[in-house]
Write a protein of this length. Sequence first.
Length: 247
Amino acid sequence: MAERLRIAVLDDDARELERMRSVLEALGETGGEYFTGAEDLLRAAEAVPPFDVAFLDIWLAGANGIGAAERLRAISPRTGLVFVTASREYAVDAFRLHALHYLVKPFGAEDVAEALRRREAAHGAKRPSITVTVNRESTRVYLDDIVFIQSLRHAVEIRLTDGQCLRVWQPISEVEGLLDRNFLKINRGLVINMDEVTHMDLDTCTMSDGTRLPVKKKDRAAIRRRYDDFLVNELHVMAEARRGGGK
């Protein structure tokens, strides 16, 4: 039996909700839940099992769909996000939140089907991880669950997206050597996951959990270039995915 997805659709236009309902049901997806307000969706997101996919309109009356997506990601990190909008103004925010797709109105059933295919591919993909020692036990930590890593009081602390903080008794250089190119050293004993950056200014980097981290003054220019290159690469990856999906 095919997997029945739990799907959230957020749009303050009732007609758009009905149109999306028709598209999803035509694709055989009957697990849709439809919301005109972000707060109702976020309350529903706390139920188990979590939403598999959320289609979020960016332009909401009195609210911003990006803000709703950030709060949804905090509640349910594994929910696939699909942004729906009339323009590409918030495309960079979509990349930052690891969106599966970015649908520009008017879109068709094939665009929605492509978003669902991307969710399936992401769900089945092997998640990169590292193994560290926590409380004398080997512990697997998925890289996309890490917000940042810091050396503190003779130990290494790994801050996770769910709020946990793992204390690892090994050199940060050893942990850093296990990481991939999404990670960037911004100061002595401080490494960030660039996917979890919400804002970087001259001397401070703000992470998805709200933590503000200092950027090393001597290396500010190089750090900023590296982060900008990362964002540009993310744009290229999504652009290639969109072209591939349209073939």
